[in-house]
Design a protein around this ligand. Structure first.
Ligand code: G3P
Ligand code: CA
Length: 349
């Protein structure tokens, strides 16, 4: 969605939101009592993203919530995968030659779950001029050991099983990916995700789930249509990208609208602090204040320890955490390194 679309949809959105308010169904943001550690794609700094191994490691490292990016298969299963493409984290091109679309990409929605289960998963890679390079060269080696794609249900069973065996209560933080793309493919991903959540007992705002999406229209649809129809009420989080397309959403009016259907925002960290800021002279935007004033929690992404992932205004990963957590006061962070973040929070107390 671009900002024009956001503004163009303003009237419809207002009507929808008025209906929510009149119905008494407007969500109320919970006050954050401690900073949440959200394991971004699992402990993805150490193991290939979105693998069961990365999720188990994140759990063991003390994450409060574990993230799942979700897409659909040809046979309507919900799988845990960052993109609706398979080709930058698996051997799909080798195993299924000739199954790419005209753009050269291999779409999860063109494969059955059984076919996808045959794939080997590896660290994220780029292909440039035929050469394969790891996106994060110092992380887990490419094409090493054995990793697979799994379903959303299987990941929930892992988290709930660990909650049982450890006595802890770790939450899940699923993201509905590309709802418009899925709709064009004849698939209602939001409805299917909610069905899985309901099956596993996530039906109420007190249940440990935040449901996130970049698409505000899909979130309004979930708030207005799907949740009431399914007798559910979950906490929704509006993701906000560092992109002109989302500029309208970061204004006071934009945030006021978001607060009508969501309990929080998940902005790029660069929307909170200008990434070109000087150390000691941080250019902090109004977004955090606007969101907190509107009763929204703020969970920025993505906190990584690699030097090229840390804005120059921060000395290192821990300094970056200090700036966002102790100086700004965000309510949680998406991080590839749950262990370092948990340790930072413990040593800050
Ligand atoms: O969902 C928060 C963050 O993960 C959004 O970015 O692209 O990593 O899903 P992405
Ligand atoms: Ca995500």
């Amino acid at each position: 969605m671009n900002s024009n679309q956001f503004l163009a949809g303003h009237g419809i959105l207002l009507v929808l939101l008025l209906l929510v308010a009149c119905d008494g169904g407007a969500p109320v943001a919970p006050a954050a009592v401690e900073t949440l550690v959200i394991a971004h794609r699992g402990a993805s700094g150490y193991l290939p993203e979105h693998t069961i191994a990365a999720k188990a490691m994140a759990y063991a490292q003390g994450a409060d919530y574990i993230e799942q990016d979700l897409v659909m298969t040809k046979d309507d299963e919900i799988i845990v995968l960052h993109d609706h493409h398979l080709d930058t984290v698996s051997n799909v091109a080798t195993l299924y030659p000739g199954r790419a679309r005209d753009d050269g990409r291999y779409y999860a929605v063109d494969f059955t779950l059984a076919e996808i289960r045959e794939l080997s998963v590896t660290e994220r890679f780029d292909i440039r001029d035929g050469a394969v390079t790891a996106v994060f060269p110092d992380r887990f080696p490419l094409n090493q050991s054995t990793f697979k794609v799994h379903t959303f249900a299987e990941e929930i069973e892992l988290v709930q099983g660990l909650n049982r065996s450890t006595g802890q209560s770790v939450g899940i933080y699923p993201e509905i990916k590309s709802p418009a793309f899925h709709r064009a493919e004849g698939k209602d991903i939001a409805r299917r995700v909610l069905e899985v959540l309901r099956t596993y007992g996530y039906t109420h705002p007190s249940d440990k789930v935040f449901l996130q999406c970049f698409d505000p229209y899909e979130l309004v649809r979930i708030r207005e249509d799907l949740l009431p129809a399914m007798n559910m009420d979950l906490r929704l989080v509006q993701l906000i990208a560092y992109s002109r397309e989302f500029a309208a959403m970061t204004t006071a009016e934009g945030i006021r609208q978001v607060a009508e259907y969501a309990v929080g925002i998940g902005p790029s960290m660069h929307l909170l602090i200008d990434q070109d800021s000087d150390a000691g002279n941080l250019e902090v935007s109004e977004l955090l204040k606007l969101a907190h004033s509107a009763g929204l929690v703020v969970h920025p992404y993505t906190f990584r320890r690699e030097r090229n992932q840390i804005p120059s205004y921060a000395k290192d990963f821990e300094d970056l955490l200090d700036i966002f957590i102790n100086q700004l006061g965000v309510d949680g962070v998406f991080t590839d390194f749950p262990d370092r973040t948990v340790h930072f929070l413990e040593s800050s107390r």
